[in-house]
Design a protein around this ligand. Structure first.
Ligand code: NDP
Length: 314
């Protein structure tokens, strides 16, 4: 049978390119889990995906209620779940004030981390039930959260501190930042990516042996052309792609990045659990090192426990 992969945020950028790459193999049915139904349908058509290869289902990660409804709706379709890809993200580098999710969490961490945290915890049961030979859960990470890299050292740097802001609800009353500091939209995004990478490793430690599920994260390269940068100032958007292409040489096209993530979904040679994948300039994959904070097992455990409380699992 075909594999079934759920991809969040498949209506643009990396998620869409991955959906397309998987659909083209003829071996996958892709559930495009998106907040904008019409945009997702149009996006699928625009890249030439055929009707039988995908289903659009509504998911707004900025609402925990919507996450639960998505899980219910998915279960009602009675399809198996073979791979979950947590890909969607928001990035608000120029925001002066924080905005908040339906439950009142700062929106970058609320969407990118807490929404995906609840989704992955609920869907783990479905993954366990699948009889697919290589079941995987992938959470897209980023170089920007990794302070052991050049890109990760561009200020403001990611730093979760002792998680005091998260523990106090991330609702703007005490703080809207995980470390309890002043709001900074660019840092909130980077912090959320550290959470994504810590969560993947904690899932691996808790569930890999018991379930056989492969947990993985990745940095697909700098996809400088995606919608992620839509809220950045125009000059940045003009100069960022050529800067990445010719100066840092970290640039990767949406199509190439989609192929990389599709490898993490289905390539037999990328089946190892607990790995953060990256690619060389010649496009060969390797197991990359995470920064000290993004591989801190103590912090991962604490993040897990605080997040469980916030999303109502504990
Ligand atoms: P895009 O902005 O193109 O895609 C983000 C996707 O997330 C869109 O489909 C968007 O939906 C969706 N999304 C945003 N908020 C929500 C929500 N509340 N509920 C459901 N879906 C939502 O960015 P990219 O493709 O670049 O980003 C994809 C992933 O890649 C992210 O995890 C990002 O951190 C990561 N990444 C990107 C890099 C890059 O250079 N671009 C580098 C490293 C990692 P909609 O279409 O409705 O807006």
């Amino acid at each position: 049978r075909k594999g079934t992969a759920v991809i969040t945020g498949a209506s643009s950028g990396l998620g869409l390119a991955t959906a397309k790459a998987l659909a083209e193999t003829g071996k996958w049915h892709v559930i495009m889990a998106c907040r904008n139904f019409l945009k997702a349908e149009k996006a699928a058509k625009s890249v030439g995906m055929s009707k039988e290869d995908y289903t659009v289902m509504h998911l707004d990660l900025a609402s925990l209620e919507s996450v639960k409804q998505f899980v219910d709706n998915f279960r009602r379709t009675e399809q198996p779940l073979d791979v979950l890809v947590c890909n969607a993200a928001v990035y608000q580098p120029t925001a002066k004030e924080p905005s908040f999710t339906a439950e009142g969490f700062e929106i970058s961490v609320g969407t990118n981390h807490l929404g995906h945290f609840l989704l992955s915890r609920l869907l783990l049961d479905d993954l366990k039930k699948s009889d697919y030979p290589s079941k995987r859960m992938i959470i897209v990470g980023s170089i920007t959260g990794n302070t052991n890299t050049l890109a990760g050292n561009v200020p403001p740097k990611a730093n979760l501190g002792d998680l005091r802001g998260l523990a106090s609800g991330l609702n703007g009353q005490n703080s809207s930042m995980i470390d309890g500091g002043e709001f900074d939209g660019a840092k909130a995004y980077k912090d959320s990516k550290v959470c994504n990478m810590l969560t993947m490793q904690e899932l691996h430690r808790r569930y890999h042996e018991e379930t056989g599920v492969t947990f993985a994260s990745l940095y697909p390269g700098c996809i400088a052309t995606t919608g992620l940068f839509r809220e950045h100032i125009p000059l940045f958007r003009l100069l960022f792609p050529p800067f990445q292409k010719y100066i840092t040489k970290g640039y990767v096209s949406e199509e190439e990045a989609g192929k990389r993530l599709a490898q993490v979904v289905s390539d037999p040679s990328l089946g190892k659990s607990g790995v953060y994948w990256s690619w060389n300039n010649n496009s060969s994959s390797f197991e990359n090192q995470l920064s000290k904070e993004a591989s801190d097992a103590e912090k991962a455990k604490k993040l897990w426990e605080v997040s469980e409380k916030l999303v109502g699992l504990a």
